[in-house]
Design a protein around this ligand. Structure first.
Ligand SMILES: C[S@@+](CC[C@H](N)C(=O)[O-])C[C@H]1O[C@@H](n2cnc3c(N)ncnc32)[C@H](O)[C@@H]1O
Length: 274
């Protein structure tokens, strides 16, 4: 089994700007011990886990790679009968289909699938879809939508802040979710997606980005990730070594919350070339 705890400790420590020495001093152990955990050559003692979790701003579950209490306002939003995001698939789904039609078995991972409209659409079109979200109510709705549409998709609950892929995919897709990744996790997270994409595979992603001339949206959640929003072009930078089919930045009007405002979004469709 892969040693997940080491990489989780490392990414959370870096996200908080702590050194291995800082952690070791607070736990009264040697910094070499912390280094060994992060290298995957040893595990922390059980009795240290609660204090270690507290220092790293998570729970013992979070340290072990289980979803941390899901977090999101979406848990409530998705409880209504209506589909909060509607059922129209995102344009990126059509672009994926043009670039990589499922002429042979084609595995798609959707990150943050919400109520499942895109995952189910792709499955209906012949892709083998695995999808996750932090909101159980969204996953339940995605399951009902898949059943109603007569397609099978694999769904599970996970948190992008501590979940990392351990299988390879032809396509990794995510819309409207990367904004929940804190600054210190972004490079490492995208690297893990790139590493788990097959040669010639695609990553189709979008993320809200900051623009100094666009005021903060009135309904923006007060989550940690938003302490430092994504910069314009930041997503493209993490994929600098891939071939770009699309790298667009759009500004669009929005009326969620009843107050008209604008968003800026970077959209990337990139291919892993050998
Ligand atoms: C803007 S919605 C987009 C949903 C879906 N991708 C769509 O386009 O319909 C953002 C989604 O991210 C999920 N989310 C928020 N924080 C998350 C986290 N830390 N880990 C996984 N999913 C998260 C929410 O539950 C929500 O479903």
């Amino acid at each position: 089994m892969e040693n997940r705890i080491g990489s989780i400790i490392s990414s959370k420590r870096k996200a908080l700007g702590l050194t291995q020495q800082n952690i070791s001093e607070r736990l009264n152990i040697s910094y070499q011990a912390v280094s060994k955990w992060e290298n995957g050559t040893s595990y922390p003692d059980l009795e240290l886990l609660p204090r270690l979790a507290a220092i790293l701003g998570t729970t013992v579950d979070g340290l072990l790679g289980y979803p941390v209490n899901a977090l999101t306002v979406y848990e409530e939003r998705y409880k209504s009968e209506d589909y909060y995001w509607g059922l129209r698939p995102n344009d990126m789904c059509y672009e994926i289909m043009k670039l990589m039609p499922p002429e042979k078995p084609c595995r798609v991972l959707e990150i943050g699938c919400g109520e499942g409209k895109d995952a189910v659409f792709l499955a209906k079109n012949g892709y083998i879809v695995t999808a996750f979200d932090a909101a159980q109510s969204g996953l339940d709705k995605a399951r009902r939508l898949a059943d109603k549409s007569g397609v099978g998709i694999e769904l599970f609950k996970a948190d992008i802040r501590d979940w990392r892929p351990d299988e390879d995919y032809d396509i990794i897709y995510s819309s409207g979710v990367f904004c929940y990744l804190e600054e210190g996790l972004r490079r490492e997270f995208t690297e893990s997606l790139k590493a788990h994409t097959v040669q010639g595979g695609l990553n189709a992603l979008n993320v809200f980005v900051e623009k100094p001339f666009i005021p903060t949206p009135p309904d923006r959640e007060k989550s940690e990730s938003y302490k430092k929003g994504w910069l314009s072009g930041e997503l493209f930078m993490y994929y600098h070594d891939w071939f770009f089919h699309k790298n667009d930045e759009i500004i669009f009007d929005c009326n969620s919350s009843g107050a008209p405002h604008q968003h800026c979004m970077d959209i990337l469709i990139a291919e892993k070339k050998g």
